[in-house]
Ligand binder design. Sequence first.
Ligand code: GLC
Length: 685
Amino acid sequence: MRNTFLALFLIGGLTSFGQVYLDPNASIDDRVENLLSQMTLEEKIGQMTQAERGSIGGQGDSIKQYYLGSILSAGGSSPGTTVASWIEMYNTFQAQAMDTRLGIPLIYGIDAVHGNNNLFGAVIFPHNIGLGCTRNAELVEECARITALEVAATGMDWTFSPCLAVPRNERWGRTYEGFGESPDLVATMAEASVLGYQSDSLGNENSILACAKHFVADGGTQNGSDQGNAVISETELRNIHLFPYYDAIEQNVGSVMASFSSWNGDKCHGNGYLLTDVLKNEMGFEGFVISDWMGINQLGDFKSAIAQSINAGIDMAMQPNDYIDFITHLTALVNEETVSMSRIDDAVRRILRIKFQLGLFEDPYVDNSLADTIGCVSHRNVARQAVRESLVLLKNNGVLPLSKDGTRVVVAGSKADDIGVQCGGWSISWQGSSGDITPGTTIKEAVEEVVGSENVSYTASTSIPSGDVAVVVVGEFPYAEGAGDIPYGDDRFYISNSDQQIIDAVQSAGIPMVVVLLSGRPIMLEYLIDDADAMVAAWLPGTEGNGITDVLFGDYDFTGKLSHTWPRDEDMVPINEGDGSNDPLFAYGFGLDYSATAVSEIAQYEPGNAFRVYPNPVAENLYIDNESGNVIDVSLTSLAGELIAQFDRTNSNSIQIPMNELPKGIYLVTIRKGNGITTFKIIKD
Ligand code: GLC
């Protein structure tokens, strides 16, 4: 009935004043002002309130009663395992909102942080720590674009992503939610993610609202403690943790989530300098700021906390279960003028502007045509590419690439056949869990697809079958947020005893060993790296385990580069590029590949005219002529970085590397010159 009435007005061009906000041809600002001018305080505060789906009743009666502006699904909070159950829930709640006096549609938010990870059957991408290793912004944008599709298919309008944390201490349980330790890398991937979620206009079909989080310096707390205190200068805060937000704002990110953490003892949720002076006024952020899960409550007495946080610049409050108390207190605060009506109006303007930009007033209900795209092959193929490009080769003595033809592969370790472990936290449930949590391909299944199940022997114990090569999968069980923090003295920085026992058993069996590490952060490998013939950091790859075998069997080369400096031991943590520390196990940006130049193929190698490298076919040695005189020294190392030989420049002009004394394999030659370093790989075949 109401739409017909509206249609008659619009057709007749007779948009009365009170209806301007319903006119899609009116400017966004006119629509916002027209609507705001008609809203009661109750309706305004309702727009600033977000409740959790589980606390508003099955039919969402509270939405209409309290004019709620937003609903969220907490991690793992689902109406069911079918798309239909999500669509029915969303439309039921939206109908409540549309049935209010002014018919202001809901905006529904969810943590779709690596795919629509709440939804059974959706494709789950690598977590951000792995996406950072791809260094491929276009790919990250495509992953976000697909996520937006699979989110919109369920009706959700908003994802609490991308996480713009710059994790500086790997003790933090949310390290994997960040793209890496480099502000530049995070900024690049933040921009790509926002573009993927929102496209270049929120009004475009299937665009969803992005949310840059958690503002600010969530990744800079002391000892990496979650929701802790970042004791850093403003210069460090700006140069490292604020830096990525410029790119997200440049890309018109429509929402920002405040961080639970503190800066020099001040909770971000109540910090007006950060939320208003810096984010809104200095950086020009025009979207709205949402609090984190009862983050306002952490400021102290609830009513005072509400006053402090709203006046500081929080525009929408994530109050999953105590939204009625929030509404009551904020109403009282406005009536007693502790919170001004102009602050309320500013918050509501920001929220309404996004809702108009999203087109929610014209198109409030779910587009059912997207349901078939969820988990489809084309989406999974993009995720498979993201897995491939996220892998980082840390060591390879030549055992990789594996041969497909008749190779008998031992696949060892329970994590090799566990989608839940592959996906990590924020997967179907908030904390994630091991087991068959959603459709996908485990590493074991992927190996079977390549060599045939008849050539695969799987073991989750230390009883090791015979085989030509072993793929041993070790790493971390799923966790999220503070549950993943590693306090001092905790041994979770090291692989578990059960994982180590399997490695020892494979080594005792004398089978060449490829170790695949599934983890949300660099963990301590110094004693493991020697045991392995090859070592691959696979991070938390998600549902498409065949992205791993694509590279292990050589269909694709490794391209991933570390998004974190890899500490040699836990006493080195925190260790980050450019912080003056040295001698990590692997540097930020490290990553090997299969390409190398055979010694016999090195002819007149003159990478910079500083020297000439050429083989001595007869003696199988490698000569390095220091013709320019500025070679300082030459080192020969294994791919893992173990030093094999070091040649300081003597008076003689040529350095001879005795290749004939070395076993076959791939080696690194590093030539230090007065003006830099040249490294190249050689194969002794
Ligand atoms: C959590 C997280 C935040 C998430 C929110 C909603 O506590 O800190 O990243 O978006 O609550 O689930």
